[in-house]
Design a protein around this ligand. Structure first.
Ligand SMILES: *Cc1c(COP(=O)(O)O)cnc(C)c1O
Length: 398
């Protein structure tokens, strides 16, 4: 390190040094693969409680076979953007499957959830519009919202009274999440749908963490809460979490999809996902729809973990989903706890600001149907009783 750069327009070194000084510098760890609820890092196997592979499908033989067969048929790359020649029969079939599964008129595929969210907001919202977002929405939504010419208002997490006060009739779009990615709790979708209908505004759900996990056939948060899909104008979901592959989609009316095909720049100007990937996702959806047993088993593991962690004195979030945050407060405390678990062969991610609000650093534990009861018990053994010492040590640095 040579210190902050003094020449050139970008003070990269100073920005990095600033992050390091407050203990928030991030770096990556190259793994040697994650299968069956396990993770291999630097020659050692860990129990993996940090992935979003909630149904254990990321290494499922039938999905791998569908991916391989797709490669044999279509090759590895789609070769072009969807409006040129990148859109194949495999993409079309996946769109039709998703539309039928989720009860929407039409669906459009995107390379990832981050770009799907950004594409939708950018294509819809002009300076005459308003955008209302839950303040814990994903970075892709917050960031695009703040860069657009529309006015953005953020409401307190799941605070429907606050949202009702902010709403103006016929002015724009309300966006919230099915399952919140760092807290594991759900948005109140009946109330959101009512507020949207009463105020004449559109409503969008980001169900990245609900799809596949919640509701009959894994149809997601809306199905789990008994909310009719027609009362939510835009449904967004991803294929890289419970579905175990990669990519994302946006669903809604045929008119919405036609509009996005014409105006969503992230769609029009980007090489389409490989057709083989669409084949893999289609197979994954077939498995997910039939996976009620795996979802029931996952529910039992979640209950076992929550009972055990509470008995040990840990502070849990209000979550009934596979995302189970252990709230510890200070960043350094979260890092120390993650380190202590690693020494016991258990991998769980410390989540720090700016990913979560300052003072709410946490261990983000995620459960999977690939785990068994003994895995959860090993996690609880590794956690041990909450002494509170991690939190108080943390405050010395904070
Ligand atoms: C992961 C995630 C995304 C982004 O999806 P990718 O396909 O990983 O880009 C969007 N929204 C939420 C809530 C997420 O958790």
């Amino acid at each position: 390190m040579t210190g902050p750069a003094v020449t050139g327009p970008f003070a990269l070194g100073a920005a990095l040094a600033g992050r390091a000084q407050v203990g928030l510098l991030r770096n990556r760890i190259a793994t040697d693969g994650a299968t069956g609820g396990r993770l291999r890092v630097a020659g050692r196997d860990y129990l993996n409680f940090s992935a979003n592979d909630y149904l254990g499908l990321a290494d499922h033989p039938a999905i791998k076979a569908a991916f391989n067969a797709g490669i044999e048929r279509y090759g590895t790359g789609s070769g072009a953007s969807p409006l040129v020649t990148g859109y194949s029969r495999a993409h079309q079939e996946l769109e039709e499957t998703l539309a039928e599964w989720l009860g929407v008129e039409a669906v459009l595929l995107f390379n990832c959830g981050f770009s799907a969210n950004q594409a939708v907001l950018k294509a819809l919202l002009g300076k005459e519009h308003l955008l209302w977002q839950d303040k814990l929405n994903h970075a892709s939504l917050q960031e695009m919202g703040s860069q657009l010419p529309c006015k953005m208002q953020r409401f307190g997490h799941n605070d429907m009274a606050a949202l009702a006060q902010q709403l103006e009739p016929n002015r724009g779009l309300i966006v919230s999440e099915g399952v919140f990615s760092m807290d594991g709790d759900q948005g109140p979708w009946r109330e959101l749908a009512t507020l949207a209908a009463q105020s004449g505004n559109w409503l969008m759900i980001d169900d990245a963490h609900g799809l596949g996990v919640l509701g009959p056939q894994g149809r997601g948060t809306l199905a789990a809460q008994g909310v009719h899909p027609a009362s939510v104008h835009i449904q967004m979901g991803t294929f890289g979490k419970a579905l175990g592959v990669a990519g994302a989609f946006v669903g809604g009316s045929r008119e919405l999809v036609d509009y996005l095909v014409n105006f969503a720049r992230h769609y029009v100007y980007s090489t389409h996902t490989p057709a083989a990937q669409a084949c893999a996702v289609s197979k994954s959806i077939e498995l997910v729809r039939a996976a009620d047993d795996a979802r029931a088993q996952l529910g039992q593991l979640i209950a076992r973990f929550r009972q055990g962690a509470q008995a040990l004195g840990w502070q849990l979030g209000a979550s009934a989903t596979p995302i189970q945050p252990l709230l510890v407060g200070e960043s350094s405390a979260a890092l120390q706890l993650a380190e202590r678990l690693r020494e016991c062969g258990v991998w769980a991610g410390a989540i720090r600001p700016p990913t979560v609000p300052v003072g709410t650093a946490r261990l983000r534990i995620t459960l999977s149907a690939a785990h068994c009861e003994q895995d959860v018990d090993r996690l609880l053994d590794a956690l041990g009783p909450c002494s509170g010492s991690a939190t108080s040590e943390g405050t010395h640095h904070g």
